[in-house]
Write a protein that binds this ligand. Structure first.
Ligand code: FES
Length: 179
């Protein structure tokens, strides 16, 4: 009887240690699946926009992609709001895209066709001519997709508007946190 009790005790102890060991192993395994600190740091980026003047654009990198931050004038915002949604391939109002503050545009600068980086149309001298009412925006030179000053696709093969990443405007409009 005494022998049996001792044997039971040994079995139970071994089972207990086994369970604790398995639990610790599982925890280590789960922890190893969490992103490393440096990866987490890259998942969001804070951008100082204090010096950004109306009409200026800043390009930053977020998760390996360019992000355009543009401070728009009230005239530009009015112009994009005047474009009828029925003229758009991927209808979205400017307010839906930039509800936090329409003065600041924040878009991923990757063409939704095949991934080239569009250029500002002002820089290409495309501000005048038949598309002047589109008030700037971007041109993807790869296959000719034209985006308006809200980053919405107007012409060309791109199927979607430029993506608006998750972002917040902080510290009295002096910082934009992307991601
Ligand atoms: S990649 Fe931009 S138009 Fe094709």
């Amino acid at each position: 009887m005494v022998k049996a009790n001792r044997r039971d005790f040994l079995y139970l102890s071994a089972a207990g240690f086994g369970a604790v060991g398995a639990g610790a192993g599982l925890l280590t395994f789960i922890k190893s699946m969490n992103p490393a600190k440096d990866v987490l740091a890259l998942s969001s980026v804070e951008v100082n926009i204090k010096a950004l003047k109306p009409g200026q654009q800043k390009i930053v990198t977020w998760r390996g992609k360019p992000v355009f931050i543009k401070r728009r004038t009230p005239e530009v915002v009015k112009t994009v709001e005047a474009i009828p949604l029925k003229n758009l391939k991927d209808p979205q109002t400017d307010k839906e895209r930039f509800s936090k503050n329409q003065e600041y545009l924040v878009v991923v600068g990757v063409c939704t066709h095949l991934g080239c980086i569009p250029n500002q149309r002002e820089a290409l001298g495309a501000q005048s001519g038949p598309q002047a009412n589109e008030s700037g925006g971007w041109l993807c030179a790869c296959h000719g997709s034209v985006y308006d000053a809200s980053g919405r696709i107007l012409h060309g093969p791109a199927p979607k508007n430029l993506e608006v990443p998750p972002y917040e405007i902080l510290k009295g409009n002096s910082t934009i946190k992307i991601g």
